[in-house]
Design a protein around this ligand. Structure first.
Ligand code: PGA
Length: 249
């Protein structure tokens, strides 16, 4: 059985006090023990958030890491540092990083490698722009993102990774992919994995949906055969909403 995951990407939101309040609420909420809940705060809060979820099953992730291991790279944060403060996951290649910070697939290869080298699970993001979907290029775009950013991994490494499909036109817009759109892309991604790594590996990798997922639509999305949970932005900033999403499997 694949892991069922809800990961809350807080993006560049909250101050420390608010962040700790949110995780305190999450830590005491009732979540089915089969669900993996991950919170992904901005860098400065990771250490304190880790300390505040110690007595719960909640795991903590980071939103990005450097392509380098360490050294003279002012302003960068290495995967090894994130590991040392207690992170267990790293989002790699979120569309906001691809779009606003020009991250390309070859840099993402380095970030995926840095994550795995430091025993952190990469959550590798892929997804097409609206114009790419409208021009019927969405499968091609996602295929190249997966091929170029993730498929350098060995089977063993891939099995330690999570994939998130996030159509860019659905992120933060209130427009969610339809069940058909989500399922067909998730099945397509799983098919790509099966072609390269075999059916068993494809069946073992969690593929999350992201893009305006909320307590109202999570149930329908999570019931789809190839959707194994969500990467949640806006709706992960309020404990009630995030818990409701986690309980939507
Ligand atoms: P959203 O963001 O849920 O606010 O659309 C999702 C994401 O960017 O991971």
């Amino acid at each position: 059985m694949r892991d069922k995951i809800v990961a809350g990407n807080w993006k560049m939101n909250k101050k420390l006090e608010e962040a700790l309040q949110l995780v305190k609420e999450l830590a005491v909420s009732e979540i089915d023990s089969s669900i993996k809940m991950i919170v992904i705060p901005p860098f400065p809060f990771i250490h304190s958030v880790v300390n505040n979820v110690e007595n719960s099953t909640i795991k903590v992730g980071a939103q990005n890491c450097a392509i380098q291991a360490s050294g003279a790279y002012t302003g960068e944060v290495a995967a090894a540092m994130l590991k040392s403060v207690g992170a267990s996951y790293i989002i790699v290649g979120h569309s906001e990083r691809r779009l606003y910070f020009n991250e390309n697939n070859s840099e993402l290869v380095e970030k995926v490698n840095q994550s795995l080298k430091n025993d952190l699970t990469p959550i590798y993001c892929c997804g097409e722009l609206l114009e790419e979907r409208e021009s019927n290029n969405h499968f091609k775009v996602v295929e190249s993102q997966i091929n170029e950013g993730l498929f350098h991994l060995s089977k063993e490494e891939l099995l330690k990774s999570v994939i998130a499909y996030e159509p860019v036109w659905a992120i933060g817009t209130g427009v969610t992919a339809s069940s058909e759109q989500a399922q067909e892309m998730h099945a397509f991604i799983r098919g790509l994995i099966a072609q390269k790594y075999g059916q068993e590996t494809a069946g073992a990798i969690s593929i999350l949906y992201g893009g305006s997922c909320n307590p109202k639509n999570a149930k329908e999305l999570f019931a789809l055969p190839d959707v194994d949970g969500g990467l949640i932005g806006g709706a992960s900033l309020k404990s009630d909403d995030f818990v409701a999403i986690a309980n939507s499997f």
